[in-house]
Ligand binder design. Sequence first.
Ligand SMILES: [Zn+2]
Length: 503
Amino acid sequence: MTTKNAARILSSIITIVALCNSSVLPQARPQITSGKRYNRIVIRSATVIDGNGTPASGPKDIVIVGDKIAEIVSLDPVAIKSGEAKRPAAGDVEIDATGKYVLPGLINIHAHTQDERGGVAMPVEYCMKMWLACGITTVRDVLSTKKTLEWRERSAKNELASPRIFAYGVFPGAATPDEARSKVRELKQAGFDGIKLFAVDRDIMEALEDEAHKLGMPIAHHVGVAETNAWDDIRFGTRSIEHWYGIPDAAIESGRQNFPADYNYNNETDRFRYAGRLWREANWDRLMKVLDAMIEAHVAWNPTLDIYEASRDLQRAQTNPAFAEYLHPVLEDYFRPNPANHGSYFIGWTSTDEAFWKENYRIWMRALVEFEKRGGLIGAGDDAGFIYQMYGFGLLRELELHQEAGFQPLKIIQHVTGNNAKILGQEDSLGRIRVGYKADIIVVNGNPLENLKVFYPTGIEEIRDGKVVKTGGIEWTLKDGIPFHTPTIAAEIRAMVAAARKR
Ligand SMILES: [Zn+2]
């Protein structure tokens, strides 16, 4: 055992013992007004992890003018010491990023902006602030409504503290291919940026995809167990497959999973139970053909591993310690097993179900790694607001699951920044720390390449001078060049949750 390891193990033991009286490091009082736009901001001495998979490098000074990154200056440590370093002129305000990591803002490619659960109202500010507190500067909302379009505009004008929003409207279904085309045109006219597609018949899918391509609307497909599967996404040009259904289905030799005779697709317990026995039925060689064809056709894969985690370990999902301060009571109610709520299907969930789901994950994760190895584009989204996943926290958990799958942290950061920007068709303006790009930037207290948990608003614990200190977390989330002081936002969320519980 190395000294470092020994020290770590010792420190984690002390952490557990001392958790109850851990002290919190005083946060430096921000000179900057959170949520206010400045003309010129300089981030000093940052260690930068870009969104293209390249290694961390620094120190660098980053100059933001308005909503864009205007200049990035690599600093020579020797020149800094001798005072001869050429550094950018002062900003209206400055962020000292010494010892901190600076990354592109995280992008949540499978988000649901929610202001109610199960018909009970919940302030949309809760959802928005949770995202900002978790470093998310862009979301692709894949169940968008008219309201989402309003939030998108208010966010763009900085009237609502929120990530930037790409609103994908749901394809409402159609009886004929002609009707499918006109529904797509209606979605375009209503102002949606793209289309979310669920289970669909082949002739309808062909028509709607063709029409969407003409109008420049990308399609995110939550494939159902339907007539169509991944082969159709490959044929018709879907931008991204959401979750994973439709991929193993396309590799089953008989063409259909072996469901029990009394299986009913509309019964959610049935659906989620037998989904847990799907990957094992895929023929691996055929699966590789499906993956290669997806890559060839530029169909990306956004797995949302986090949203199924309760299926393989229900107790873990139900007892997340972060619920204590961050789970809004309306969302908490919605999570309780209840056949009336989508995704709240855990009634009579068995150890056998969990064992099947664990195997399901093992095959799924192998397939994901293989997909990227062969040249596939993997994104990251959380689908939170369902199945015990909180907004933003779900995306951070997703990153940890990418690590469990076998991806290294530099690639994982690329999944959630540069790759997601590509899936959005925004790779020329988002997902990178690069001159000319949007100033969507996070400043992190700690090194996410060592520990992805540093991203969580709940932070991490460390031993310093024999004392347990709470550290980690994101210090600043800049969206469109607007700096949000993340610990302040997190405190606002905790207050909002506490007040809602008193009612
Ligand atoms: Zn979803």
